[in-house]
Design a binder for this molecule. Structure first.
Ligand code: DOR
Ligand code: ZN
Length: 364
């Protein structure tokens, strides 16, 4: 049995408000706990997207009522919310900018609007960018010119990781994350997964791209699941939306790489605890840890996942390593396969100040 700190996932899509048939704050944070995550950072491409005081308040309320683990909320950057966004910054973990098209309506095409957000958004609050290929270069260039940091989400291609490597070598304030699906799947897996179910942004890449990610592990600051649940019916339908669930499979896949000698436990903890905490300025979660049975063998099955979407691109894959218990702020919140706290136990790390924790009795 391994005892590890609670993991942090800096890139998760809860579907509430608006699309709770895919996921809600309870089902999504149950998936987080089952995967060993005690803190998740939620993306703003809900319905409506989180871009103004009313939509932020509605997302805060959903999370406050139903979250089982701790969380922070991202605000979405739009072409016309530059001033409003900056005013809401203290209530959020950071700003998310979509420079390329993906699921949902949020999109920043105009470089002028990107620059305006980068100028107005408080320097001490992170900006996360969804960008691919040349748009990554644009984001890094603008951030450098404006003298601020930028975090690149879900890097998937060789050219992209090499560009980020070069930027870091030049001393630019760039950080990045990579998903387990881009580390463990490629285009070659599409026939097995199915065309609709394989849709994800960024798309599954080539073996050479995948290899470049592994060869440049030192450039990767965080592992982030980009947990993006859609139902099986939607994925198998006419117009399959992009996205994979990932919270419940990430740790077992990464522990497999530890077994194979491709990663160390330190590599994992740096990218799933220390770096996310540092990059996103997250407070320490006291008395928070997970127990993992390193040897437990299981087969990934969508049907048994806590996530409402009930499918996974890793269906049928044998893995080892299972989260057996999660302690969050001094309470056992999960004992596989059961959630042991009520919805609402999770705290907004950027919300109103927390009431003090109850004083624990001193053991005799
Ligand atoms: O595949 C994706 N799905 N990539 C994204 O960037 C968004 C996500 C979603 O929200 O479904
Ligand atoms: Zn995403």
């Amino acid at each position: 049995m391994l005892t590890l700190p609670g993991l942090i996932d800096p890139h998760v899509h809860m579907r509430e408000p608006g699309q709770t048939h895919k996921e809600d704050w309870r089902s999504g944070t149950a998936a987080a706990l089952a995967g060993g995550f005690t803190c998740i950072l939620a993306m703003p491409n809900t319905d409506p997207p989180v871009t103004d005081p009313a939509s932020l308040e509605s997302a805060e309320e959903s999370a406050r009522k139903r979250a089982l683990c701790d969380y922070g909320l991202f605000l979405g950057a739009g072409e016309d919310n530059v001033e409003t966004a900056a005013g809401l910054a203290p209530k959020t973990v950071g700003l998310k900018m979509y420079l390329d098209r993906t699921f949902g309506p949020l999109r920043l095409g105009d470089p002028g609007a990107i620059a305006a957000h980068m100028t107005n958004w408080p320097a001490q609050k992170p900006i996360v960018v969804h960008a691919e290929g040349k748009r990554i270069a644009l984001a890094i260039q603008l951030a450098a010119r404006l003298g601020r940091s930028v975090h690149i989400a879900h890097v998937s291609r060789k050219k992209e990781i090499l560009l980020i490597k070069l930027s870091k070598e030049k001393g630019l304030a760039v950080t990045c994350e990579v998903t387990p699906h881009h580390l463990f799947l490629t285009k070659e897996d599409i026939p097995r997964i199915g065309a609709g179910r394989s849709e994800v942004r960024p798309k599954l890449a080539t073996k050479a791209d995948q290899q470049a990610l592994w060869e440049n592990l030192a450039v990767i600051d965080c592992f982030a699941t980009d947990h993006a649940p859609h139902t099986i019916a939607e994925k198998d339908g006419e117009n399959p939306p992009p996205g994979f669930p990932g919270l419940e499979t990430a740790l077992a896949l990464l522990l497999g790489a530890v077994r194979e000698g491709r990663l160390t436990m330190e590599d994992i903890l740096k990218r799933m605890v220390d770096n996310p905490r540092r990059i996103f300025h997250l407070p320490e979660q006291v008395d928070t840890f997970i127990d993992v049975d390193f040897d437990a063998q299981w087969t990934i099955r969508g049907h048994y996942l806590q996530s409402r979407c009930e499918w996974t691109p890793f269906e049928g894959m044998p893995v080892r390593g299972k989260v057996v218990e999660v302690n969050l702020r001094g309470r056992i919140v999960y004992q596989a396969p059961d959630v042991l706290v009520q919805p609402g136990y999770g705290r907004d790390l950027f919300g109103p100040a927390l009431p003090p924790e109850p004083i624990k009795p001193i053991p005799m």
